[in-house]
Design a protein around this ligand. Structure first.
Ligand code: FES
Ligand SMILES: [Fe+2]
Length: 393
């Protein structure tokens, strides 16, 4: 019966996809001036969400932490992506390696948090792996012919370091390395933050808790909307003037610029409160945001902005804060995004309701290359990134 229902599950997924192909063949096209947005099914359909997990998230690069936590042999950190958990560890040869964080015996989690080990010992029955993931010891292995010690290794993942600072992982071991694909992003980061290479991971400045609204995270999450609605909303400011009446207390819409690239986007604008200061957000697709305020002490915030929790719910992820080693933690500017966060949550949730309306199928991206506060080119670039992995035509 279980087998039968799983076949039916596959069939219903196939028919959903086939229906979509027949009825709604349009995908966002290369030209942002003549492109539809994603069809509404991409924001609601559980089969498409599952495909996004398998074909997009499990095949793209995700932020794991700071390379400074992985300097010495045996230093490790752990990270998660949906229900996949990984270890990234420095080997005795100085190389980084990554593995699924699961013991090959009975599936117990091997390591938690971050730290340093001389070998990886499973807490459950004490199987011992070396730093390359090779099984080295298992009690009673001599009398268990089913266990081939030499061939028993932790399942590897792909690991890379971007800008000499940020550790990323990709569950797809065949995926091309990330850092070489981001030379333009790293060059841009270095231009905006010349001390980038000197930054170290630190505790983020304490977030101001608004007496009425609370913190940004409390206001902005969870979002009862698909993660792509959250990303697409972040990537355009066409909505800023009508929907964020006080936004210019944070940054200036008049000189806002947007850039959309294949793998990332950038938005930059003057910032209120600092003469000549700039607020910059870099978005690395699918869902990571790096931000800084030029004019403050050199710093960079890294934040997984949209963690999907099913097709119609989005949570915040973990992140990191980077500053110069001698920074005493004082900042020039206190920005308060609480109100904007609450407004964006409401906007995204309203747009999500539209995705089940019989009166809506898919929209268009507004194109205004000379008027960045109106253009949706970065949202378009993001949508093109999505369809590269899950698009069907
Ligand atoms: S599950 Fe790891 S040793 Fe048994
Ligand atoms: Fe917004």
């Amino acid at each position: 019966m279980v087998f039968l229902s799983s076949i039916q599950g596959i069939k219903s997924r196939e028919s959903t996809v086939a229906d979509l192909q027949l009825i709604h063949p349009k995908l966002p096209s290369e030209d942002p001036a003549n492109s539809v947005t994603l069809h509404k099914s991409y924001y609601t359909n559980p089969a498409i969400f599952e495909q996004e997990k398998q074909d997009l998230f499990y095949k793209t690069w995700h932020y794991a932490g700071w390379v400074g936590d992985l300097q010495e042999p045996g230093q490790y950190l752990t990270a998660s992506l949906f229900d996949q958990h990984v270890i990234i560890i420095r080997g005795r040869d100085g190389e980084l390696a990554g593995f699924h964080n699961v013991c090959k015996h009975r599936g117990h989690t091997l390591l938690n948090g971050k730290g340093r080990v001389t070998r990886i010992t499973c807490p459950y029955h004490s199987w011992v792996y070396d730093l390359k993931g090779q099984l080295k010891r298992a009690r009673a292995s001599e009398t268990t012919p089913a266990l081939d010690m030499e061939r028993m290794q932790l399942t590897p993942i792909n690991v890379d370091v971007v800008a000499g600072l940020f550790v990323f992982f990709n569950l797809d071991v065949g995926a091309p390395a990330l850092d070489p694909q981001l030379t333009d992003l790293v060059a841009d980061l270095e231009q905006e933050i010349p001390q980038l290479k000197d930054l170290v991971h630190a505790n983020a400045p304490q977030e101001e808790s608004d007496p009425e609204l609370g913190t940004f995270i409390e206001n902005a999450y969870p979002v009862n909307a698909n993660w792509k609605i959250v990303m697409e909303n972040f990537l355009e400011c066409y909505h800023c003037r009508p929907s964020h009446p006080d936004v210019e207390a944070l940054f200036t819409l008049g000189d806002l610029t947007y850039e959309g690239h294949d793998l990332w986007a950038k938005q930059k604008s003057s910032v209120a409160g600092i003469e000549g200061g700039k607020q910059i957000f870099w978005t690395l697709f699918p869902n990571l945001i790096l931000s800084t305020v030029v004019g403050e002490k050199p710093h960079l915030s890294v934040f997984i902005f949209a963690v999907p929790d099913g097709p119609t719910r989005t949570l915040p992820g973990y992140g990191g804060y980077y500053q110069l080693p001698d920074d005493d933690g004082t900042r020039i500017l206190k920005q308060n995004f609480n109100q904007v966060g609450a407004e964006d949550k409401a906007l995204c949730e309203s747009a999500q309701r539209g995705m089940t309306s019989l009166g809506y199928d898919q929209g268009v991206f507004m194109y205004a290359p000379d008027k960045s506060e109106c253009t949706e080119e970065a949202s378009h670039a993001f949508s093109r990134f999505v369809v590269k992995y899950v698009g069907r035509n």
